[in-house]
Design a protein around this ligand. Sequence first.
Ligand SMILES: [Zn+2]
Ligand SMILES: [Zn+2]
Ligand SMILES: [Zn+2]
Length: 252
Amino acid sequence: MNLIELEKVEEALRSDKITFAEAGEKIYGSTTKPWQTEHWKKKRNELIKDSCEQCGSTKPQMVLQHMWHPSSYRTHVRIAYESFLEDEKLNNSLPDVKDEEVQIYLDQFTDTKESCPSCGVRSISKRKTMKPTYRCAKCYHEFDEPKMVPYHPKLGVAPSFNDLKRGMANRRLQDYIWDTYGDKIRKKAILQGIEEHKRYISLEDTKTFCKRCAFLWDRKRKKVCDVCKDTLIPIQMHACYKCQKDGHPGVL
Ligand SMILES: [Zn+2]
Ligand SMILES: [Zn+2]
Ligand SMILES: [Zn+2]
């Protein structure tokens, strides 16, 4: 998809002429890769230099290396969801969970099991001769009387009343956010995706790399030292060990 097509989709989605699903299908379902478009080829020829911006080599061929990549749709959805969640928490009180509802859930835990009286885990061992009789495998607390905790064969040990109440309220809030703002969340995520896609195909975050530097960067996460242009270092660093000894900072 080229810039003009992208902007058309963006405009149509903003003004609700198409749904987020239709827009998403156009953006993410497109089989034409950005670098197959005319726009891309033209832009590339304009931007590409004769020498590698990493190591200075002039040996052909040069490639345009992206220094920035768009986030995934999933990430955009998560960020959009969180912004709606924050607004909701600021403006409204949390969904109410009644004590009786919590109790109904806890009433399913009809069995009891032995556990450590200090940390609550069930992995305790009974010793044949040593006193105290029990020892906790996690916190090493030693004791004669295990604490009996409510248990359910499928659900495990019962959570504490307050943890459960908080968990139920959070789940209720989560459901409420999705039911109320689900379409808005997805629309916001798609719009953000389009924004980043536009930046990506603009090729503004690119550098000219030689083939070797591109390979090292993508496959090995390595590059030549920014100072001596010789020693290989991890891409997030600035100077190699030798250049650091000459006073150059390791990272910038
Ligand atoms: Zn290079
Ligand atoms: Zn313990
Ligand atoms: Zn160096």
